[in-house]
Design a protein around this ligand. Structure first.
Ligand SMILES: C[S@@+](CC[C@H](N)C(=O)[O-])C[C@H]1O[C@@H](n2cnc3c(N)ncnc32)[C@H](O)[C@@H]1O
Length: 438
């Protein structure tokens, strides 16, 4: 399973395992993860390089700390009279988010305070502040209302709130509130190996509870199942045999929108880890070329294809430079799930807000235009390109479609989902369909 999915979906389970001295070590490791994010690494990278001991619990603690950071940072101002070292702040962020998050409040408050103070004592960079940590945590426990901060007053990176307020002046607050909640875990049943009904029965037999997906979404993602609680993949029946995959509900719309038909020749131009590529292969007997620039990430596509028992032609190459790999081939359909700000999936990757800079957005916009312009030449007349981002910024979605209509040759825009904002069900995505005139 892709590491980033493991990171988010299993968090509710793993945190329950950490107790006592384990908890102290998990807090220390989580603080180390936050330190690495501050230095510019992603949580996924930090996790990949971490020792396996306490990793799962530390992962949950660090995810939750970053998710709540905007509120916690603001709340801390009430309890601190002067600036504190970032390493001390990290310990406070971890402890406070664990105390107040619905999915994490497994620990008695006094245990959490004691273990956080113990963790502070173990590091030379935080030892001096253990008294302060103890006092602040105790005062916050006595004054839980301090955490009731309106998202508008929370401490978000300024590029993010500015952009969000400008893009969504009416509904930026619900978007920010949505990002404070953990995302649901969704499955995609492999249509080649079974039916939705059949898999639902298997879940029932294993006492794995599901949530009823609203009808409008069932139609757009007919193989999706929402789990009531996040569940480790080794507990999912037939996961290792390829009967099912983990994929967000919104992401499951891609294959439905591209409508692959038997014998279509299709290119997935930005393929790793392969969620949408595998879905396309499950949906019809297509010839699929899978392009990816990163050899490391291509390994993840290979693993997914192997587990799901699917076949595709793997090409390591740059979508912006097709002459090096395309050999003049033309496609009936192209999936362009382009690199983007990933601002639609902040719930699953809360580090995104702290790794991105405002200046990344115009750079990404430029890259997306370059990529789509290059790929457009590989589309057959009458062929369709599905342009996808997991962004909620109009600069990467609607504005790009306008640019494509003005700049690509022989282009039509077909009716399509457009901007999906994150909600209680799915993550944020943009979908646009472009067709080449015959
Ligand atoms: C949004 S992810 C794709 C997710 C994938 N479609 C899925 O559903 O699992 C974008 C991918 O594009 C790859 N990528 C970035 N620049 C690229 C380029 N110039 N050519 C090909 N792939 C690229 C990234 O390494 C990344 O794996």
């Amino acid at each position: 399973m892709p590491k980033e999915n493991q990171a988010t979906h299993q968090q509710a389970q793993v945190v329950k395992q950490g107790t006592g001295s384990n908890l102290c070590e998990s807090i220390l490791l989580a603080a180390n993860f936050l330190d690495q994010v501050r230095e510019g690494s992603s949580l996924t990278e930090a996790l990949a390089n971490a020792p396996s001991e306490n990793r799962s619990a530390a992962q949950s603690l660090s995810f939750e700390a970053l998710r709540y950071k905007p509120k916690t940072t603001e709340a801390l101002k009430l309890f601190l009279s002067k600036a504190i070292d970032p390493e001390v702040e990290d310990l406070l962020l971890i402890a406070i988010s664990t105390l107040f998050s619905d999915s994490m409040n497994q620990y008695p408050a006094h245990t959490l305070v004691n273990e956080t103070v113990k963790a502070a004592q173990k590091s030379i960079r935080t030892r001096h502040a253990k008294g302060l940590i103890n006092a602040v945590l105790r005062r916050i426990i006595e004054n839980p209302n301090a955490l009731l901060i309106d998202v508008e007053n929370a401490q978000y990176p300024s590029w993010w709130v500015k952009n969000l307020k400008k893009s969504y002046p009416q509904n930026f607050k619900p978007i920010l509130e949505t990002y404070l909640k953990p995302a649901k875990m969704f499955l995609r049943v492999n249509a080649r190996r079974g039916t939705l009904e059949g898999y639902l029965k298997r879940l029932q037999q294993d006492n794995i509870e599901i949530l009823e997906i609203p009808l409008e979404w069932q139609k757009q993602a007919p193989y999706a199942i929402a789990l009531k609680n996040s569940t480790p993949v080794n507990k999912l029946p037939g996961f290792m045999d390829g009967d099912v995959s983990i994929q967000d509900l919104g992401a499951q719309m891609a294959a439905q929108l591209l409508e692959p038909k038997n014998s279509d020749v299709i290119l997935d131009a930005c393929a790793a880890p392969g969620g949408k590529a595998c879905h396309l292969l499950e949906a019809a007997d297509i010839q699929l070329d899978v392009l990816e620039i990163s050899p490391e990430r291509m390994k993840r596509v290979e693993e997914n294809l192997k587990r799901l028992q699917l076949k595709a032609n793997l090409i390591l190459g740059d979508a912006c430079n097709s002459s090096t790999w395309s050999q003049g081939k033309k496609y009936d359909a192209i999936l362009a799930d382009v690199p983007c700000s990933a601002t639609g999936i902040i719930r699953r990757h809360p580090d995104i807000l702290y790794l991105r800079r405002g200046s990344d957005i115009p750079e990404l916009q430029e890259l997306q235009r370059k990529m789509v312009s290059e790929l457009w030449q590989l589309l057959k007349p009458g062929g369709k390109m599905l342009y996808v981002t997991c962004s909620i910024l109009p600069q990467e979605g609607e504005n790009q479609c306008v640019w494509f209509l003005n700049n690509l040759k022989d282009v039509l825009r077909l009716d399509c989902a457009g901007q999906l904002l994150p909600n209680d069900w799915h993550d944020g995505f943009f979908y646009g369909i472009l067709q080449k005139k015959k």
